[in-house]
Design a protein around this ligand. Structure first.
Ligand SMILES: Cc1cc2nc3c(=O)[nH]c(=O)nc-3n(C[C@H](O)[C@H](O)[C@H](O)COP(=O)(O)O)c2cc1C
Length: 212
């Protein structure tokens, strides 16, 4: 199953274009496999609440690492409501063979809509080992190796560290379309061609990767 998430607040969005391209190619290559789509910007998941933290604390205290047993943590009506939000999100990510995330860089990091999804689905000592994550992103600037802003890329860095550090996911692939601000900012007009090249390279890489 391919779980496809988008997080851009824009509809006319570069990260959506990249994720759409991946999803189309993957689905054509695997017509028999299910596909689930979530638009985290248009249809946001709520922030975790106090009842959610009670579920989380119970799972930790009782050393529940089997996701199918998390339901045991539900004891109150508020926890029941929190679980009603979490359960379908967890089912989707557990069922996924590939998790595709289309995300912009916002303020050196990820949009809060994506962070809200991560907060909802993350429990202590939870493993998602064996799944592939494909992250397709758009950024206003450039953050590649050797650039002055390399050290403030908390988008790739955060996702990579969290997926491997918490979920034991080692199969994570990133594609970035950079310098998107050159489309808008007259001061960056000289970088428009570089942006177009970055986008074309990302689009090519994404569809080759999706085709396997
Ligand atoms: C709220 C907001 C914050 C942003 N922060 C950054 C940033 O920190 N660094 C950067 O390079 N670009 C930043 N940008 C530019 C976006 O990354 C760029 O517009 C990108 O194309 C957004 O992805 P999208 O086209 O999929 O919406 C920001 C844009 C917005 C709207």
């Amino acid at each position: 199953m391919l779980l496809h998430l988008d997080a851009s607040a824009r509809r006319d969005s570069i990260s959506r274009r990249l994720s759409q391209s991946y999803a189309q190619t993957w689905r054509a290559a695997h017509p028999e496999k299910p596909y689930v789509y979530r638009d985290l910007a248009a249809d946001p998941v709520p922030h975790i609440d106090e009842a959610w933290t009670e579920l989380c604390d119970y799972v930790l205290e009782h050393q529940i690492t089997d996701i199918s047993r998390y339901r045991e943590a539900v004891r109150t009506p508020a926890q029941e409501r929190a679980w009603a939000v979490v359960e379908p999100l967890l089912e989707e990510v557990v069922a996924a063979e590939v998790v595709l995330i289309g995300t912009p860089m916002y303020n050196y990091s990820i949009p809060s809509s994506l962070k809200a999804w991560i907060d909802q689905i993350t429990f202590p000592k939870m493993s998602l080992k064996g799944r592939s994550f494909v992250i397709v992103s758009a950024r206003g600037g450039a953050y590649g190796p050797g650039t002055p802003r390399e050290s403030v890329d908390h988008q790739e860095r955060y996702l990579r560290d969290f997926l491997s550090g918490h979920f034991a996911v080692d199969d994570v692939t990133f594609f970035h379309a950079e310098l998107a601000n050159a489309r808008l900012d007259p001061a960056l007009a000289h970088l428009r061609l570089a942006h177009e090249e970055s986008l074309a390279t990302a689009l090519r890489g994404v569809s080759e990767w999706a085709a396997g």
